[in-house]
Ligand binder design. Structure first.
Ligand code: ACO
Length: 315
């Protein structure tokens, strides 16, 4: 079978606490409100001259260094999920390829907002079955600070910048015990929108309340059915980090130990498509997850679209 052989992540150096964000932006909010409603205590923000492609490249560099072999000439496919690219072309994946000196290969982006990394995993897993050797890179990367309206307290407090990357060694058979379920429904209420052509704002607007209800009423029940059907013996649930309360509701609904659904939103905030691979890499680094073929993970992502996806496989 194909296998995950390395992970990497990157968080920009600049850490902004809730109190600092409130002071810097002048929004009517507080550390108490933000941490009680979301679990977020701080976020990392990239500097103005640190591009999305550089953020993504640092995570990939980290994954390649950890792997310990120079395999840049053996990568067959790069799939990158993001919602904060300002470049329709070239793809951020192509820019990463250029920055890191990866040989001629297939590279493209996926726009799936907070479900993007799960979509990228699904697409990469399916396509990489065509390759009996070499490697596939799956990346989630965001510079959310570049699309935030810092005068809007309902969105500016939620998001952070960062990237995560996963390296798959291909053998043409896909990841062990891979199962998936992905879907989208039209966002008729414009619950999450970034519209650069809008006359009103080119920044993100979101009805957090609508998204919260959508996750509770639609996504968590669908996750529960998926797990019962495909992964009742899973070891860890790596959820998109949107709100700590949402992960708490998942834990209750699934009737699982809280340790099985780890969170890092307190330190990273919501990094959209990057949240799952950043969390994944942290769990590898602290020894919770091991790339030894003995653990089953479930990934769940949800958000703009409205889109969502659940995948499970053995790592
Ligand atoms: N500080 C203080 N008060 C605030 C803030 C803030 N930062 N933001 C909103 N409020 C106020 C509102 O104005 C409202 O006041 P009102 O009652 O006087 O009208 C009150 O707090 C309650 O607002 P709600 O939106 O109902 O608050 P809620 O408890 O739902 O929490 C939150 C808001 C944190 C955004 C929550 O809804 C949430 O996490 N939603 C999910 C967002 C999400 O998951 N997004 C993921 C997808 S993102 C993507 O795909 C890009």
């Amino acid at each position: 079978m194909s296998k995950i052989v390395s992970t990497g992540s990157y968080l920009p150096a600049d850490i902004v606490t809730n109190t600092q964000l409130v002071e810097q932006t002048g929004i009517d909010s507080s550390d108490e409100w933000i941490s009680q409603r979301t679990g977020i205590k701080q976020r990392h923000f990239a500097s103005a001259d640190e591009s999305l492609a550089h953020i993504a490249s640092k995570a990939v560099e980290n994954a390649l260094e950890r792997y310990g072999q120079d395999i840049r000439d053996e990568i067959n496919l790069i799939v990158l999920a993001t919602m904060s690219s300002h470049n329709p072309t070239p793809a951020v994946a192509s820019q990463v390829q250029d920055i890191l000196g990866i040989k001629e290969t297939w590279a493209f982006d996926i726009s799936g907002a907070c479900a993007g990394f799960v979509m990228a995993t699904e697409v990469a897993e399916k396509i990489s079955r065509d390759y009996t050797s070499g490697y596939t890179l799956v990346i989630g990367a965001e510079k959310m600070s570049s699309i935030l309206d810092f005068s809007d307290r309902s969105t500016s407090i939620l998001f952070g910048d960062g990237a995560g990357a996963v390296l798959i060694q291909n053998d043409g058979q896909g990841l062990p015990n891979y199962r998936s379920e992905l879907s989208s429904i039209p966002d008729r209420k414009d619950s999450i929108v970034v519209d650069p052509e809008s006359d009103e704002t080119d920044k993100m607007t979101m009805s957090g309340h609508d998204v919260f209800n959508f996750v509770v009423r639609k996504i968590i029940p669908s996750l529960s059915r998926f797990i019962q059907r495909e992964a009742s013996d899973f070891d860890y649930l790596l959820s998109h980090q949107a709100n700590e309360r949402l992960v708490g509701i998942m834990v209750d609904k699934l009737e699982i130990d809280v340790e099985k659904a780890p969170v890092n939103i307190d330190r990273t905030a919501n990094t959209s498509a990057a949240s799952i691979p950043i969390l994944w890499d942290e769990l590898i680094q602290d020894g919770t997850l091991k790339l030894q073929g003995s653990q089953k993970v479930v990934l769940t992502g949800f958000g703009g679209g409205l889109s969502w996806g659940h995948v499970t496989f053995d790592i």
